[in-house]
Design a protein around this ligand. Sequence first.
Ligand code: SAH
Ligand code: SF4
Ligand code: F3S
Length: 494
Amino acid sequence: MLKFKQVSEEELQRQRDLCVENKALWGNEKKYFIMTFGCQLNDNDSEKVAGLLREMGLSRAENKETADIILINTCSVRENASGRFYGNLGELKALKRANPNLIVGVCGCMMKQDVYVEKVKHSYSFVDIMFGPADIWRLPEILNRRLRGSRRVYDISNEELIAEDQPVLRERKYRALVSIMFGCNNFCTFCVVPYTRGRERSRNMDDIVKEVKTLAADGYSEVMLLGQNVDSYGKEIREYRKAYNNVFAELLRRCAQTGIKRLRFMTSHPKDISLELLDVMAEYPNIERHLHLPLQSGSNQVLHDMNRHYTIERYLNIVAEAKKRMPDLQFSTDIIVGFPGETEADFEQTLLIMDKVRYASSYTFQYSPRPGTPAALAAQVPQDVVDARFQRLVELQNSHSLEIAQAQIGRVCEVLIEGLSDHVDDRYTGRSSDNFLINFSVPKTAFPGRLREQTPQAKGDYLEGKFCRVMITEAKTFSLTGEYVDGLPDNFTE
Ligand code: SAH
Ligand code: SF4
Ligand code: F3S
């Protein structure tokens, strides 16, 4: 029997009973509003919070003003997050004054850092409930204590268990997020995540595959497997280590075989990613033709100081092996500028690697010192130097993005439609398997009769989650523009 640090079935049943009790205590027609910051793991956590609140009879509020409970799911990966957090709390204070029955809750990564917890306790004591990222499954109990009269329930545990079979209220119809593991063991010297999310713990492979199968059967078009370092999935479980060369590659293979139409995953770590994983990607066409592979820096010295445990030589070798197997693969990355000790020569190295790899897109960040991390104590690169480097980095990336986008003109690609495009009426948006964002028009005749004269929003709702082929006609730095070719069902059944 494999050993997982799971919440027991009795305990989960107790929480389910408390959902029923809370529903009775709280009353009917209550509404929730959740504000989510940070990464997709946080998005998925908010979906779990929403799932539990639904079990307590709540529905989603259109806005904060009409909500009976407002939760902020926080991120603390960079400094700018904290300013926004306090700004939001200030706004909630006014709402709470207007409606004393409003329950205000804070959760997420900031709640695992003393500075923020103390600040909330002392300066924002109107906050009713507080819990950590590993405590979501205990929300029914935390709320129960609040509803039974406890003024404040601040309950952040140090225990980090996995709760299976949790209700999830999914945000998107086309993409289901599936967390396959929690926490991180890597302690990159700039990063708070190992402190906020605790040690790496993987879910049972059978549970994950079962979930993906169910999602495919329920009509989800895309599943995104999530973890801070998916390549170390399952490595802490001895039975998996013995049975498989690379546990994540095996998981990805089994997920690809479930019948799900498109499978994405993130984040890969260059120190752990395996050739077997690349083989599996190449073998299954329903796995995305895109690899997000954080570089962080192009300098071996900086990578060493960041505690990243790979060299540029290894990184470039993975890129070459991946391209060998999948010539049409697109790459994206994360890069930090101005890490303590980064010299001009180090920075030039980063630009050089960008020129070599040619990322279709990158998330570029200015180094942000985080409380409790080793790099925060080192001498910092002056802000004007960071600004100048950042500018150069963004310009280079934008020129690469545009160049790669322009090379797509004339191509016909399969797009998973996400819905109505935010920006232009009567245009729809979606992504290709290689992760290009594509805005495109669809002729009236492609819609079923009843829908043709309806609002763009109604058409967008109809299209969400469907696939079609789109011809690329125009390229921009951050998106492509195209025209519908075919692929939507001919005989519409609504
Ligand atoms: N687990 C992922 C990254 C999670 S955080 C990985 O290892 O790649 C997402 C990105 O935020 C990181 O890749 C990094 O580029 C950036 N980041 C994290 N901490 C940061 C900090 N203190 N300052 C600036 N950027 C940071
Ligand atoms: Fe942070 Fe490094 Fe872990 Fe990524 S691998 S979450 S950057 S410590
Ligand atoms: Fe932020 Fe926590 Fe994700 S710090 S990036 S929400 S793991």
